[in-house]
Design a protein around this ligand. Structure first.
Ligand SMILES: *Cc1c(COP(=O)(O)O)cnc(C)c1O
Length: 372
């Protein structure tokens, strides 16, 4: 059997044709495709504005700027996430205040969130981790009570729903990402979504070198960036978005096949999905029983030809964060415990049943060798 990849984009001939058409048109940037992608995405998510950008990280950075988060402002954020979530805050000299996670979904724990609010707290950066929506009712209630801004790092959750409403509609704004391991891809790319016209206008300016809507090409109203999405990426986005519901169904089917096979083992906990959400599977992450050495399990899986990855390594224990803020082990008990036990299995739209069987049987062999 060919080596099973950790992740893989789902590309077909229509995607290839869409990109070729842009190349043949000669218009590679600032053209009609980015606009079309934005309109289709706004409609899909159910928001008024969508602003395509060069990456999810760029989109999050723009949102931190657009919401006026600056030096000394505290932003509540999970540590159990991808570094980009926290980096977007650091680019503007905001201070990340790390919040622990719920033991079931690994999303922000609303009780710990409220405990960590101070006079300096300006915003909440929530994450819908692995495509499972955060506990939005409670988060928004707390934000309202303390008058905090809310950014949704929804980069892992395109198409997910919380109590019947699509992710991307919660908080002041959200941002999706389209790196090739996400639910759909544009190569590199991201998109900001919001119902707030001021945020939308600022985001358009910030991604385009700080130009105003009416500015001449060399007229800049503010410090901006080149965070624009190019036309090839946007065309691929338009083409991929047409199949997003098929992609999400395929991913759900793969996840169900994994869970069906893993739920009988006592040494592993498959992902937990709350009854009132629609999960949009980004990665399939399992939690090993306490005491099993996760990193050894990953190495042994690799040795048997099955790729696997530790997901996530807490951000508050990364070398640069420890150096900047003096953070130490012990401040986030749940995050620290689970991050030693979680691992992502190979996961993509077209993973076959035989491949899932193989991954599970190798995993079983590796783990049972260790606990026997
Ligand atoms: C993918 C991802 C991002 C953005 O990543 P880019 O590679 O910059 O597009 C941000 N936050 C989270 C949680 C992600 O998973």
């Amino acid at each position: 059997m060919e080596r099973i990849p950790m992740s893989a984009p789902d590309l077909d001939e229509s995607d290839i044709q869409a990109v070729l058409e842009v190349l043949r048109s000669g218009r590679l940037a600032l053209g009609p495709k980015a606009k079309e992608f934005e309109e289709l995405m706004a409609e899909y998510i159910g928001v008024k504005y969508a602003i395509a950008v060069s990456s999810g990280t760029a989109g999050l950075h723009i949102l931190v700027r657009a919401l006026g988060i600056g030096p000394g402002d505290e932003v509540l954020v999970p540590s159990f996430t991808f570094a980009a979530t926290v980096n977007a805050i650091l680019y503007e000299k905001g201070i990340p205040i790390f919040v622990d996670v719920e033991p079931e979904t690994y999303n922000l724990d609303p009780d710990d969130l409220e405990r960590k609010i101070t006079k300096k707290t300006k915003a909440i950066m929530a994450v819908d981790i692995f495509g499972h929506p955060a506990e939005w009712d409670r988060i928004l209630e707390i934000a309202d009570k303390y008058n905090l801004k809310v950014i949704d790092d929804s980069c892992e959750a395109l198409g997910a729903e919380y109590k019947g409403k699509k992710i991307g509609q919660f908080g002041d704004a959200g941002c999706f990402a389209f790196y090739p391991n996400k639910q759909m891809t544009t190569g590199e790319g991201g998109i900001i979504v919001t119902n707030n016209p001021e945020i939308a206008k600022l985001a358009r300016s910030l991604r385009n070198q700080g130009r105003g809507e009416m500015s001449a090409w060399l007229e800049h109203e503010r410090l901006g960036y080149n965070y624009r999405m190019d036309e090839m990426s946007a065309a691929l986005g338009v083409s991929q978005l047409k199949r997003i519901e098929i992609f999400l169904e395929k991913r759900d089917k793969v996840a169900r096949m994994y869970t069906e096979r893993l739920k009988k083992f006592l040494w592993v906990r498959p992902p937990i999905v709350k009854p009132y959400v629609r999960m949009s599977w980004f990665v399939y992450v399992i939690t090993l029983q306490d005491g099993l050495n996760r990193d050894e399990v990953i190495n042994e899986l690799e040795r048997e030809g099955i790729p696997a990855r530790g997901y996530f390594s807490p951000i508050h224990l990364q070398p640069y964060i420890k150096e900047m803020f003096g953070t130490k082990e012990g401040i986030l008990p749940i995050t620290e415990n689970i991050s030693k036990r979680t691992l992502a299995l190979p996961f993509h739209n077209n993973l076959k049943e035989e491949e899932i069987d193989e991954v599970v049987s190798v995993l079983q062999r590796v783990v049972e060798r260790k606990i026997s």
